[in-house]
Write a protein that binds this ligand. Structure first.
Ligand SMILES: [Zn+2]
Length: 622
């Protein structure tokens, strides 16, 4: 059996993605099932798919041999430089690109064919077409509740909502879903807007659900008049118990008129009988779908001071009621929400049906969080409240301000989110995939500088020059800097511990040295390295020698004390990771103080970082 070439390419693509999602381990069964689900778009129906299994397994085992980095590189390349490839591959096919490493380009060509093939099904890589979308008429909405700082999960929703609106020349609405005055704060509205702006997401309309409370009351009355809703003043415990046991309470027997009068009293804050009265939807108390067991539509919330409407209302709609009506009134055509709402879809459509309102199409996607870096308020908010983490922009947090402070670029988040598509699988992607997108963007804009951790002093004999000019980027023109020195430089203790008398090594962009002596220094000379040692060396000129180690250095005459914060995962499994912030101290070239706060750069042999303040950087990633 010879497989269609395009189908083979698709299989490879699926397998690479699977490897990245599962610790470099491609699961043949997953690849087979996904390949089958794609097959009809590529090779059509009428195939005995089972007969393809041995070949799919063979392809998987070939790809499995690639190193984890090769897989990731291939994958990230495809996604972040898709257009470049198309051009490169075009040239390659036309025989104009002679120096290209053939194997790699060929692989990319195949994969590119795979990702460009199902175009009739996919808009961008992995983003499926919207069912029933009409060019120019698509309206999506991003509806965050302003009860916390926006995080990577919000970014996923906002980017996908916007991307769809853009693809179909439609509109994106940012709607603050603000119906709980006890939890919402002005600070959070602002933080969400700031996060959205930073991501580059541009909604055409911005509004609040709290603008429409009166309208929502009107629709509630309409439901009551049609006998689809009733006021229930049973105790919360009774309601809970009845829901579990599918028991209908006596409140359901009240007349429409009585329900209307009770609701009116609730609206006006005058309902005295049972402080916890709620308006319930007449669903089906014996439904297998528990979301349909007469859910709450309105509840009384007293004592709140809503950031937008103050104390004007005490009766507030639930998400279950507000979301479908707001979506429908806003003209939303496609409402995307995370998979945990799936059980509530029946309720959403049922409410709109009973109110004769147009129904948006609901689409689910999996929520996004990284392994060890949860987004749930339950896990994050206590850390802030207890002062374990001081600020919402802490680089250990998955908040957008935390990711920004860490040095993640908004464009990397966008590319990363689109690479995940809107799959329903609940796997947590590795943050390394986001980092690989980010690295490609940072590389051409980050000057290369030197930092030595735990510095060890090196005296160099016959270092005659007084300064050296060093390029800020090895291949791009990012200017040069002049570093002044006398005869003392620092190297990192990590390098010093490997050095023996008689060794020759290269101080990058300076000279080669030969190690003459290694001594313990007196207390006066203590500079920070744990062993407190001093190295004496001899300048051995500038001859290029690829066999000797190349290390970075910092001139004693041209240094500042410097600190790097390295964030690690917040949690290890369910347990808070006590050691989630490493602080590396040492000396850096004084040139670094010329960079502005927020500027990205790379410390050679250390990694990409972002300036946090005059003497501190945050480690972004390798
Ligand atoms: Zn009741």
């Amino acid at each position: 059996m010879i497989l269609d070439e395009k189908f083979v390419n698709t299989i490879k693509l699926i397998a690479l993605k699977n490897a990245i999602e599962f610790d470099n381990n491609i699961k043949p069964d997953v690849v087979i099932s996904r390949a089958f689900s794609f097959s009809k778009f590529i090779i059509g129906d009428n195939h005995d798919l089972k007969s393809y299994i041995p070949e799919i397994k063979a392809i998987v085992s070939e790809l499995q041999k690639l190193s984890v980095d090769d897989k990731k590189e291939l994958y990230a390349d495809i996604l972040s430089r898709k257009n470049d490839y198309l051009r490169e591959n075009e040239k390659y096919r036309n025989g104009k690109r002679h120096q290209a490493p053939e194997g790699k380009i060929k692989q990319k060509t195949e994969i590119d064919a795979a990702i460009s093939k199902p175009k009739e099904q996919l808009l961008e890589f992995g983003l499926p077409i919207l069912d029933g979308a009409v060019e120019g008429n698509v309206i999506t909405r991003f509806p965050p509740e302003p009860n916390g700082y926006p995080h990577i999960g919000h970014a996923k929703a906002a980017v996908i909502d916007e991307e769809y609106a853009k693809k179909y020349n439609g509109k994106l609405i940012l709607r603050y879903d603000d119906t709980n005055p006890l939890k919402e704060k002005l600070e959070y509205y602002d933080a969400i807007k700031e996060g959205i702006d930073w991501l580059g997401v541009k909604p055409q309309i911005i509004k609040n659900t709290s603008d429409d409370i009166e309208k929502l009351y009107d629709y509630a009355k309409k439901l009551i008049r049609k006998n689809f809703a009733y006021v229930c003043d049973c105790s919360p415990e009774t309601i809970k118990k009845n829901r579990i046991n599918s028991i209908v309470c006596d409140c359901t027997l009240n007349s429409i008129d009585k329900n209307l009068r009770s609701f009116e009293l609730m609206v006006n804050g005058n309902y005295s009988k049972g402080a916890s009265a709620i308006l319930r939807y007449r669903g089906n108390m014996s439904s297998l779908n528990t979301a349909m067991r007469d859910p709450t539509l309105f509840r009384i919330i007293k004592g709140g001071n809503h950031p937008k409407v103050g104390s004007k209302y005490t009766l507030w709609p639930t998400y279950d009621f507000a979301a479908p009506i707001e979506d429908s009134l806003d003209g939303v055509t496609h409402a995307l929400r995370t998979k945990e709402y799936e059980l509530r879809n029946d309720l959403y459509y049922s409410i709109l049906d009973n109110l004769d309102l147009p129904k948006p199409k609901l689409i689910e996607f999996s929520r996004l969080e990284f392994e060890g870096i949860p987004v749930s308020k339950r896990k994050i908010t206590p850390l802030i409240e207890q002062g374990i983490i001081k600020r919402w922009d802490d680089p250990r947090l998955p908040t957008l301000m935390g990711l920004r402070r860490r040095g993640i670029l908004p464009e990397a988040i966008r590319k990363f989110v689109l690479s995940l598509s809107i799959t329903l699988s609940e796997t947590k992607p590795s943050i390394e995939i986001l980092e690989s997108f980010n690295r490609k963007l940072l590389d051409p804009i980050s000057p290369r500088l030197f930092f030595v951790k735990d510095p060890v002093r090196v005296f160099i004999k016959y270092l005659d020059a007084e300064s050296v000019e060093i390029k800020n980027h090895p291949t791009l023109d990012m200017g040069k800097r002049r570093v002044h020195f006398e005869n003392i430089i620092y190297i990192s203790n990590d390098d010093a511990i490997r050095i023996k008398i008689g060794d020759t090594l290269r101080l990058m962009d300076l000279c080669n040295i030969e190690i003459l002596r290694i001594e313990q220094s007196g207390d006066d000379d203590k500079v920070g390295n744990p062993d407190n040692k001093i190295i004496y060396a001899l300048n051995k000129g500038n001859e290029v020698n690829h066999k000797i180690p190349k290390i970075q250095w910092v001139s004693e005459k041209d240094q500042i004390q410097y600190k790097i914060l390295r964030p690690l995962p917040l949690y290890s499994g369910d347990k808070y990771n006590e050691n989630n912030l490493v602080i590396d101290t040492g000396v850096a070239e004084s040139f670094i103080s010329k960079l502005q706060t927020g500027a990205p750069f790379q410390f050679v042999r250390y990694g990409f970082c972002r300036i946090d303040d005059q003497t501190t950087a945050i480690f972004t990633h390798r």
